[in-house]
Unconditional design. Structure first.
Length: 256
């Protein structure tokens, strides 16, 4: 089973909860998403924040309301919109150059660019974007760009396709693991992480070809099916991921 299209940033928690409820002895919390604090983990945290913020806007949650003075004030979501201004989009997109990011990331970047353009035009004060400051005008600017983008048919189609594929993969994984435990009274599960060495990454200039990665993985699978584990091999689950440090790499669960 290949679940490489499942975006972990959207479906890690529901998938974890579903599997843990059925097979609690297989998983510890840290096995699902355990990241140290570094630039790569910051990127993933920022992507999660972007998707959460834009999803709330997409659901129609208000980002501003009328205050007691009759003037508009920001809601919790409106204040959270300002967090997008602190995300280093240039570094994020550079580090994930070989990966297709969620369409919400590009939309959030466009909203931040609109604010920066108005600052250059003298319409917003530069200090208005500093952490801790909240401006209704800046939130209006960002929300206008984001809501227009969310209404675009092409973006909505891309998001639907991603979410549909993720739900399908998550559901298939749970059904697959359930079937394995129905067929076998006891299973040993090995968690493996496969990545290329630093020497190999340097030799190829830090850029891995996705098709070559998949060919190498198919070769690994053939070796696995014909090696020492072949007689006890009951099932496999894997996921292909991309990160700035390891580039393309696989996470595998081997059921014995």
């Amino acid at each position: 089973m290949d679940i490489q299209d499942c975006p972990a940033y959207l479906y890690t928690e529901p998938l974890y909860d579903a599997l843990q409820a059925r097979h609690h002895h297989l998983f510890e919390r840290g096995d699902i998403l355990c990241l140290g604090h570094n630039e790569e983990s910051d990127h993933i945290e920022n992507i999660c924040s972007i998707i959460q913020i834009l999803s709330r806007l997409h659901r129609g949650e208000p980002y501003k309301t009328l205050g007691t003075s009759g003037k508009s004030v920001l809601t919790g979501l409106g204040k959270t919109l300002h967090q997008l201004l602190q995300i280093p989009f240039e570094h994020l997109c550079r580090d994930f150059h070989s990966s297709q990011l969620h369409p919400y990331v590009q939309l959030a970047q466009s909203a931040v660019a609109a604010v920066e353009a108005r600052i250059q035009q003298g319409l917003f004060h530069p200090r208005a974007t500093e952490p801790g400051r909240h401006s209704v005008q800046i939130a209006d600017c960002m929300a206008e760009v984001i809501l227009q983008g969310l209404a675009a048919d092409e973006l909505r189609r891309q998001v639907r396709n991603r979410e549909r594929a993720a739900r399908k993969n998550a559901r298939s994984l749970v059904e697959y693991v359930d079937a394995l435990f129905e067929a076998h009274a006891r299973l040993l599960v090995l968690r493996l992480d496969l990545s290329y060495s630093e020497a190999h990454l340097k030799a190829c200039g830090g850029l891995l070809d996705a098709e070559q990665v998949r060919r190498d993985f198919r070769h690994f699978l053939r070796r696995l099916h014909t090696g020492r584990l072949r007689d006890g091999l009951c099932g496999l689950v894997w996921k292909l991921e991309f990160g700035p440090t390891k580039q393309f790499h696989y996470h595998i669960a081997v059921f014995l």
